[in-house]
Design a protein around this ligand. Structure first.
Ligand SMILES: Nc1ncnc2c1ncn2[C@@H]1O[C@H](COP(=O)(O)OP(=O)(O)OP(=O)(O)O)[C@@H](O)[C@H]1O
Length: 252
């Protein structure tokens, strides 16, 4: 793997097994994401976007194929999984903050537990990051005292607190009231501008257009089309992407 490739998926298959049947959700996914690239993953509901994202930090194990983050495969050794989690920050649709911890404590946890920083140093890092996401005035509040947009900004600060090599975003704006979406989008666009490598699963085309260099369109577990985001949205090549874009555009 060349040095500037941060994430690599090769022929990745994921099958969920239940009593009655098997569900083949990812059907031979191949892609690479290079240092500093921002990639959007779009597609219909159930197409496998979140599952695909979750295989990267091994929140979801794969059935076959190969996934590497910074050249590390989680199956390599006992330390590999820890190293992969150490290199990947993740933001979830529903924030997933610890409710019994303040914003600052939520953000300081990663530096302390993952990076082994002292309490003082971790708190300082949390303070700096919360300032960066515009939450100076809310650091000592608990999640229940914050709006959805503010909670997601705490979650972004928490994801950045371990200095990850790649930021994985799983529909970071879907659970927000429409008037709160922009405050989160703007922060993520700012982070993308700093050169952070990012993979963003989203339903919102305007967000994908604003933040990403490249888009991959997933349907029924296959990458049907991918390319430069602006070009792809302006002139989709496949009929399936054309239909998808039309449907989404009519919904909004
Ligand atoms: N843990 C699981 N066990 C069984 N099936 C699962 C599991 N997780 C996901 N699936 C199934 O895999 C398929 C893909 O789900 P996934 O969440 O990856 O799709 P998605 O494209 O992100 O959808 P959405 O846009 O609605 O979030 C769905 O049919 C889903 O029901």
């Amino acid at each position: 793997m060349s040095q500037d490739v941060v994430v690599s998926l090769k022929n990745v298959n994921k099958i969920f097994y239940s009593k009655e049947k098997e569900h083949h959700v990812l059907k031979g996914i191949n892609f690479e994401v290079k240092q500093g690239e921002v990639v959007a993953l779009i597609g219909p509901s159930g197409s496998g976007k979140s599952t695909c994202l979750r295989t990267i930090n091994a929140l979801e194990t794969i059935t076959s194929g190969n996934v590497e983050v910074c050249g590390i495969n989680y199956r390599d050794s006992k330390q590999s999984l820890h190293m992969i989690r150490r290199n990947t920050g993740m933001i979830f649709q529903r924030f997933e903050l610890f409710p019994h911890m303040t914003a600052k404590e939520n953000v300081a946890l990663g530096p302390q537990l993952v990076l082994g920083k002292s309490k003082e140093e971790s708190t300082q890092m949390a303070t700096d990051l919360l300032k960066r996401v515009g939450l100076s005035a809310h650091m000592d509040k608990y999640p229940r005292g914050l709006s959805g947009g503010q909670q997601q900004r705490v979650a972004i600060a928490r994801a950045l607190a371990i200095n990850p090599k790649v930021l994985l975003c799983d529909e970071p704006t879907s659970a927000l009231d429409p008037e709160l979406v922009d405050e989160v989008v703007d922060i993520l666009v700012d982070i993308a501008r700093t050169g952070m490598t990012m993979i963003v699963v989203t339903h919102e085309l305007y967000f994908a257009q604003k933040v990403s260099h490249r888009t991959m369109f997933l349907e029924s577990g296959l990458i049907v089309e991918q390319g430069n985001t602006k070009e792809m949205f302006a002139a989709p090549k496949t009929e399936r992407l054309q239909t998808f874009l039309k449907r989404i555009t009519h919904q909004t």
